[in-house]
Every structure is written in structure tokens, then in C-alpha cells.
Design a protein around this ligand. Sequence first.
Ligand SMILES: NC(=O)c1ccc[n+]([C@@H]2O[C@H](COP(=O)([O-])OP(=O)(O)OC[C@H]3O[C@@H](n4cnc5c(N)ncnc54)[C@H](O)[C@@H]3O)[C@@H](O)[C@H]2O)c1
Ligand SMILES: CC(C)[C@H](C(=O)O)[C@@H](O)C(=O)O
Ligand SMILES: [Mg+2]
Length: 356
Amino acid sequence: MDFNLAVIKGDGIGPEIVDEAIKVLNKIGEKYDHKFNFTYVKAGGDAIDNVGECLPKKTVEVCKNSDSVILGAVGGPKWDDLPGDQRPEKALLGIREALGLYANLRPAIIHKALSEACPIKKEIIGDSLDIMIVRELTGGIYFGQRGYRDGKYGNEAYDTESYSEMEIRRIGKIAFDTAMARDKKLCSVDKANVLESSRLWRKVITEMSKDYPEVELTHMYVDNAAMQLVRNPKQFDVIVTSNMFGDILSDEASQITGSIGMLPSASLGENSFGMYEPIHGSAPDIAGKDMANPIATILSMAMMLRYTFNLNKEADDIENAVAQVLDKGYRTVDIKSEDTKEVGTKEMGRLIVECL
Ligand SMILES: NC(=O)c1ccc[n+]([C@@H]2O[C@H](COP(=O)([O-])OP(=O)(O)OC[C@H]3O[C@@H](n4cnc5c(N)ncnc54)[C@H](O)[C@@H]3O)[C@@H](O)[C@H]2O)c1
Ligand SMILES: CC(C)[C@H](C(=O)O)[C@@H](O)C(=O)O
Ligand SMILES: [Mg+2]
């Protein structure tokens, strides 16, 4: 089959990790007789420097007309002083909104071979963890009213958290369906003891649970959830939460798996359309040094094959290849432990391709 993919490499380590992911897709293409056609478009700092704006119209058009989108990461210190609506990160929010990608699936899985890299005590974690964080991605404080105004003490800035019932219901449906396909446990994380938007969130999710009698629904305040993730992460199966809480909790969960360089994600809209991106950022501190872990991006390709193209065998192959390379003891520096072999970004990509 032929697939047309829009590719945004972005900034910092973005190009390095995306290059390895593309090699993996090409190998899958050879093996299964698929043709992946890549159209490279710009967003973020790369677009600011070369086109003069963070999210050029052409990028949105190409993405909309593609079968799926691959994104590395955007942002970096070079652009940190730009006004908010011109920053690289604004491009990421813009593309998520323009493509209607309201559901962000962030699986936190500990690979057996990486149990040493997990900072949680062995007696708590054992050697496995499998949590799915379902993060709402196009609402909440990221997209609410914001600005500056004259406040009680002079100039003040504000951002607004708001959620409609419709937005809660559609992410709730993804979360309940995800739980049904897994261990049927759903924890909805909010701050309903303080926030009105969280109280509506909790009410809607609770109402929805009547349609999913097999799913054991619990509610947890986000401060407690952040603590419980470290105290006893195995209590969680699926977590559903708002845009900002999901952003924070997924970075926390990633470290439990050994490194933020391990966590892939799928940002999904209607009709299985999606953008596939690691959860981490552009890591300016290690950019250009062949040090970045490409596995999060490579595993995001597996998610793309599974969620958008329904190519489960191909997705399994990528996940197995990653597991094999880890089993053989190869590690990028972020997941390095004693008695393992340190490799760079490119070599890690090559080893994974070799196992396919
Ligand atoms: N999806 C995205 O495009 C995205 C996500 C998060 C942050 N950002 C942007 O990235 C920039 C840097 O943000 P940050 O430092 O807060 O977060 P970050 O995720 O880029 O980096 C945090 C830490 O994790 C390390 N790290 C991240 N990815 C890694 C990988 N693949 N392999 C090994 N180590 C890795 C970095 O070296 C750094 O020490 C900012 O401009 C931020 O806005 C972009
Ligand atoms: C860069 C930023 C806008 C983004 C977010 O907060 O969604 C990032 O942190 C992520 O997790 O994808
Ligand atoms: Mg984040």
C-alpha cells in the first residue's frame, strides 16, 4: 500500500530522531511492500528562521492532505523571547488544533531490559509497568482566553481553563474505550476540589461510566495522582485527564520507564487521523551531539501503523525490534546502566533497523 506522510522535523534533536524513525519506516516498507512517501514541511523555530512564521499555511495544508503526520519536536532558547503567539510551541498547538487532534495517547511502558533504569524501588515496581495516559489535547488552559490587564496590583497576566461538556465527553469516550480494550480500570484525574471546570469534568465522566459498567472508574485529584505515580504506579491502568495535567503527569510517568526518550505518543482526531510525536521536547542541551534517544520517535511510528493504518503486524515488528536491541544491552546515554553498551542516536536507529 502507498501512504503519504507529512514530516515536521522541527528543532533541536527533532531532525536527528526523525531521521532514524524514517529509516525504520523505510525498512518496514521494504519488508511488507508498502510505500511511504514523505513530504517534509516546516514548523516551529525552523519555520520562523526560514519562512518567517512559526506555522506556515503550507504546512497545515500538506498535513491536512496527508494520511498521517510525523513530528520531531519544536522550540529552543533561540526563540524563547518571542511573543507567545509567535513562538515555536504555538505552532505545535496550532497544528493540533487545525488537525482536530483532541486525544493524546501516551503509553508509559517499562521494557523488561530497562528495569534497572527505573528509579522506583524494585519491590514496588517489579519489572513491568503499563499505563496509558489519555490526555485531552485541544482544550483547557492551553487554548483558553489569555492576555494582560490592569489588575489590583497593576499589570497582570492571565490564562483561562475551561472545558465544555462536549470536549469532556469526546475525550471520555476515547478513555473508556481504551480502558475496555485493556484492564478495564480508568482513573480520571482532576482538581475538582478547587476548579469549576474540574467539577464539570468529574460530573460528565461519572455520567458516562453508566454506559461502561465493566470499567472500574475512580477519580483522583492531580496532586495526589502525581504522588501516587511515584508511590505505587502499578495501581494505574488508564488515566484520563486535561491538557495541562496530562502534559505534566506524562513527563513524570516517562521517568518511571527509565527516560523521557522512551515515551511515544499518538495525537488523534476523527477517522483515525493522527500526528505521531515523542512526548519529549527538542532537548537543546544534547542537540547535534548524536546523543538523543530515538526510541520514543521510533515507537511513535509503531503507534501510527497501529492506530491510523491498522497495520498491527508491522507495528509489532517495530516494538519487537526495539525490545531486541535493548535486550542485547545497547543503550543511549539517557538509559545507560552498568554492563550495557552505549551507542549514539544513529547507531541505535541502525541497530533497530537491523532487527527488522
Ligand atoms: N513536542 C514538542 O515539540 C515539545 C515537547 C516538550 C518541550 N518542547 C520544547 O523543547 C524545548 C526544551 O524543553 P525542555 O528542556 O523542558 O524538555 P525536553 O523534553 O526537551 O528535555 C528535558 C530533558 O530531557 C532530555 N531529553 C529529552 N528528550 C530526550 C531524548 N530523546 N533522549 C535523551 N534525552 C532526552 C533533555 O536532554 C533534557 O535534559 C523547549 O523549547 C520546549 O518548549 C517541545
Ligand atoms: C511544547 C508544548 C507546547 C507541548 C505541550 O505542552 O503540549 C509539550 O510539552 C508536549 O508535551 O507535547
Ligand atoms: Mg510536555
